[in-house]
Write a protein that binds this ligand. Structure first.
Ligand SMILES: [Zn+2]
Ligand SMILES: [Zn+2]
Length: 267
């Protein structure tokens, strides 16, 4: 039996989805998730969909109420922070001051452009766009501020519509450098099943990148579905855990108050 966790998911507070916290926790309980970390979007730019929506106190109240209704699921609170270099002083301050369990850095933006927009890809080659994205991810890792990087190769979500299936080969060196940095900093790698429901049709990061991470000595991973609706919550956890085990991963990293615990992947 696997020790299922889901360390990346959203509720109505994130502003881009359609589930209440209760619906989310209930769906996690149904899928056998032992630890569920709710990680709302957070952005400092007025006008963005999630600006000013998150209140730690309200979320903590809801979490406590639900904990008594779903005693088999340990409910934690984190944030998915938009990495924007110009906001790093504020981002660091939140990571320091808010009593979060887990702090995710997300590269949704790269050099001022949203990576989900056609703007990001227009007028340049796939190699240019992908290389720029991985430079942004590298910058995010080197901030030494986050516990993990969300959806490591998220650029392929839209990129695959422009250039077909993602192949890490042309970016192997830059990716290996980022992975080595993560290992040196003891950062956790998020393995996200979200890509399986996106056009990419594979996890973030791809199994090739996860194998490279393992070959480089990485063993610090956690699991995520990036759920925005009950149907999406850990819908593929058994399948992906099986693949991770085959790749040689033996542990799942969990968090409390931003402190890591390593748990056997099977219990
Ligand atoms: Zn994200
Ligand atoms: Zn997310």
């Amino acid at each position: 039996m696997y020790y299922f966790v889901d360390y990346h998911c959203h509720t109505l507070t994130s502003g881009d989805n359609s589930q209440t916290m209760e619906e989310l926790v209930s769906s996690a309980a149904e899928r056998g998730v032992r630890e569920l970390c709710i990680t709302e979007h957070f952005n400092f730019m007025p006008g963005t969909y999630c600006f000013g929506r998150f209140s730690y106190r309200d979320h903590d109240d809801r979490r406590r109420r639900l904990a008594s209704l779903f005693p088999d699921v340990r409910i934690l609170l984190g944030l998915e922070m938009d990495y924007m270099p110009e906001f790093m002083p504020l981002i660091r301050q939140i990571g320091r001051d808010m009593p979060l369990d887990y702090y995710i850095g997300s590269c949704h933006m790269s050099n001022g452009k949203h990576v989900f927009s056609d703007d990001f890809f227009a007028g340049r080659s796939g190699e240019e766009a992908y290389n720029e994205y991985f430079q942004t991810v590298s910058g995010c890792v080197r901030q030494k501020t986050f516990d993990t990087i969300a959806h490591f190769d998220w650029v392929k979500r839209k990129g695959c519509e422009h250039w077909g299936p993602f192949d890490m080969a042309p970016y192997r060196d830059v990716i290996a450098d980022i992975l080595s940095d993560m290992i040196a900093l003891d950062m956790t790698m998020e393995v996200s099943e979200a890509g399986l429901r996106h056009p990419a049709g594979e996890t973030y990061p791809s199994y090739d990148i996860l194998r490279l991470y393992r070959d480089l000595g990485g063993e610090n991973i956690t699991y995520a579905s990036d759920s925005h609706s009950p149907q999406q919550t850990s819908a593929h956890n058994g399948e992906v855990y099986g693949a991770l085990e085959q790749m040689g991963f033996r542990w799942i990293t969990t968090f409390s108050g931003r402190k890591k615990t390593r748990r056997p992947i099977t219990v």
